[in-house]
Write a protein that binds this ligand. Sequence first.
Ligand code: CA
Length: 232
Amino acid sequence: MNTPTILVVEDDLPVRNLIVTTLKTHDYKYLTAPRGADAILQAASHNPDVVFLDLGLPDMDGIDVIRQIRSWSNMPIIIISARSEDNDKIEALDAGADDYLTKPFSVEELLARLRVTLRRLSLMQSPSADSSVYLNGRLKIDYAAGCAYLGEEELKLTPIEFKLLTVLAKNTGKVLTHTYITQHIWGRSWDNDVASLRVYMATLRKKLEGPHDSPQYIQTHIGIGYRMLKVE
Ligand code: CA
């Protein structure tokens, strides 16, 4: 990938300056937009690689900016917002955002989220993206055969665990909400589906992560959902 261009949508000047300085220092290209309408225009005319989006904008809600951009583009959108309520994050993720960062944030965290997103982007653009075999660290999934392996060993997964693993793998690097996952597995999202999801997730993790203290593959976002990480 050439030098990635980041669109920074933020009306708060000190925060915008902090983000821009951070990007400049790390040799990223950037564009800025202080309002939602500018953001949509810039996204459409410059096709940035990643969007950093504040939700509280003077002219419109950031959620509507996500919806508008999503009507024509899959460009990754990372929410940077002071709204710390889980419901706001869930609404933004369900509207199509890829990740979120809560203000106040650290510059290191901002850069880490950006790297995760860019890795995911290069994964999607790699020639093997359409292939029927998924590789991530020691994990291998053969979608067509319906089998998953850890190293040489086949994981003994139930059909729901396999489906769950597939949904996460196909969205590696992206935070998926409970609603998103349950809808993809059961075609609906009721409260008891979310409870079942936790149970299936626990059994899947036991098989996938082994006895590790800190999970390598599946990251939990408490109250929000899960994310499959790219393992080096
Ligand atoms: Ca704001």
